[in-house]
Design a binder for this molecule. Sequence first.
Ligand SMILES: [Zn+2]
Length: 229
Amino acid sequence: MFHETIHHADGVTEGTADEAHARYLLRRAVRLRYDVEATKAGGALVIWTARRIGCQDGTVLEEARSLELTPHLPAGAALTGATVDLLADIHEARRPRYTEEDGRRIISLNNFCRIPPAATARLRAHGLVTEDSDGRVRLTLPARLGLLARAHRTRTTKPRGWQYPADLGMASAGLCKPGRRSGLLYDRSSAAVCTCGQLAAYGDGRDEARRRAAEHRGEVTRAFIMAAL
Ligand SMILES: [Zn+2]
């Protein structure tokens, strides 16, 4: 279950969304080309701009709107290395299911592999796995969104600031004015990188690099929603 917070024209509406409704909301957000991003907690943030005609003079008014889904059981802190590996095993297994071993519940991955009782109990307690009506055990939506956010942790580098032209690979002199910065050039470029290794972008200034990083996180979230939900 998710806690749902919507910021709209008349204020804020709070509610709850089950997984099926959360999936519907995320698919709809992608279809409408809204910005969407998975959160470390295993939720998602959707942002869009609403346009409406002003009733006084007919001008078009733009207003920022958002929808935030926060899982009742946050996945983030539970997604440590060992748990991430177990979840990958479950996700890749052909037909994982619950079964019993010495009276305790385990997840059977196939004839040879199983997830022991304590680990199974931990996955269930953190809301990371669930059982479908056909008996198949699968990762919950918070688990999958949390794993996605974990796989795409971005950062930007600090611009180098005032540099000697030679250090920037340039032969010519920069500001040839009297004072401390004589001959120096200002390097504003900031790199945006992601733990997935797929992002190698530069921004003219750190704000632009942060935008590039956010665009990347949005792209991978949209791709996940289209492929998996
Ligand atoms: Zn990435």
